[in-house]
Design a protein around this ligand. Structure first.
Ligand code: GDD
Ligand code: MN
Length: 377
């Protein structure tokens, strides 16, 4: 037991910092945290998704000189929530914090957050931009209104009363996270909401506290948050509502498909009435343009966390054509079988055929087209 008696230096706080193209921010953020937490025993776990700008190398160089700095370097993976969850699960400290790498979050709040958790009156401390004395700093007006709209939406659906449910700056007791980690949705940007809604789904009432702060603006690098992030929120809400039984992405995929029917008809009309194309040619042209459009929409929204780019986009498009062609054959087969052999009414046979092909197209394209190793964003 000599070994057990000798060890005493244990970190009590892990700060998880997800990074994507943040090279210029690494040293400043570590320095800021180091200055803010002189008394506490902490470590930083960076989770980098193989940033092309060499962020991982910068962190690696620093980690050689400071053993409190750790790095999880993910290859072929992407996604903020999943990066953060992995970082948190790699930590073995009692408390875990989440921060942006870009110095937007006020690190001087960390000691108060830690002390509050230590005093054992709460399990989760959230730094909030929307409390009376707080401010969103120089957040552009559209981002602010988007954020406020999202807050209303979450109040409505997820029944949270948080002033800043989208906050990306909070500190949590690790044991609370461990109780719900298997129920997390794990995609997108909204981990805090994910945790809250998972807790409420399990009947756990969270002891939380909000602290106001002013968000700074970015000095180096660009924000990775775009309008599409709103879809992540909608997906999360649907996920909780359907309790994860039906794949939420199937709804998005079907919605795109439904829109495609309209696009296809409009194009067919255009080619026949406005141009003088022959029918078969017009039909094939309309069909392929529609499929390409559906592919791009699915790439942008439905499968945004596995989004294809560059050469993989072209390869994916042909894969999608192939998947849909097989889907069409399957659909013709099923629908004629139901109509001819089982004497179903024409509309029911037709509808069933379409549903089967929607399922087929969804299953095959999520397996063969958007099949990056990271299925969970
Ligand atoms: N590993 C990894 N993978 N890190 C990522 C990824 C990713 O796919 N995408 C973004 N990051 C990192 C960034 O490098 C940054 O450190 C942090 O995650 C947050 O990304 P930002 O691009 O700085 O987001 P933001 O400042 O626009 O958004 C902030 O406010 C949102 C609320 O409006 C963040 O705090 C969000 O978490 C928060 O939801
Ligand atoms: Mn940021």
């Amino acid at each position: 037991m000599e070994y057990m008696e000798k060890i005493n230096q244990i970190a009590e706080l892990s700060i998880i910092i997800p990074t994507y193209n943040e090279t210029a921010n690494i040293i400043p953020i570590v320095e800021a945290i180091n200055n803010a937490l002189p008394q506490a025993c902490w470590q930083i776990i960076f989770v980098d998704d193989d940033s092309p700008d060499g962020t991982a190398e910068t962190i690696g160089r620093l980690a050689k000189r400071d053993s409190r700095i750790r790095l999880i370097h993910r290859i072929g993976r992407k996604g903020l929530s999943s990066a953060v969850i992995e970082g948190m699960m790699a930590s073995t400290t009692e408390y875990v914090a989440l921060m942006d790498a870009d110095l937007q979050h006020d690190e001087t709040l960390l000691p108060t957050m830690l002390d509050t958790l230590r005093s054992n009156n709460s399990d989760l401390i959230i730094a909030s931009r929307y409390m009376e004395t707080a401010s969103t700093g120089e957040l552009p007006i559209y981002r602010r209104s988007l954020s406020v709209a999202a807050i209303r939406l979450t109040e409505l659906f997820l029944k949270t009363q948080l002033s800043d449910p989208m906050s990306g700056f909070f500190m949590i007791r690790k044991s609370l996270l461990e109780r719900v980690v298997r129920q997390l949705y794990g995609r997108g940007f909204k981990l805090l909401l994910d945790i809250f809604s998972a807790c409420s789904a399990k009947g756990i009432s969270v002891r939380y506290l909000e602290l106001p702060y002013t968000m700074r603006s970015r000095k180096f690098g660009d924000s990775k948050l775009d309008i599409g992030i709103g879809f992540d929120l909608l997906f999360l809400i649907c996920y909780r509502y359907f309790l994860g039984v039906i794949p939420v992405h199937f709804f998005a995929f079907s919605l795109v498909g439904l829109l495609g029917v309209g696009v296809n008809m409009a194009l067919l009309w255009f080619f026949l009435k406005v141009t003088t194309l022959e029918y078969t040619f017009a039909y094939v042209a309309a069909l392929y343009i529609t499929m390409t459009n559906n592919f791009l929409l699915n790439n942008q929204f439905t499968f945004r966390t596995q989004r294809l780019l560059g050469r993989r986009l072209i390869k994916g498009l042909f894969g999608f054509f192939a998947a849909c062609s097989v889907g069409a054959i399957v659909s013709v087969g099923v629908s004629s079988l139901l109509f001819e052999k089982f004497n179903l009414p024409w509309w029911l046979a037709g509808l069933s055929g379409m549903l089967v092909s929607a399922f087929w197209n969804f299953a095959s394209s999520s397996t063969f087209v958007w099949n990056s190793p990271d299925k969970k964003g």
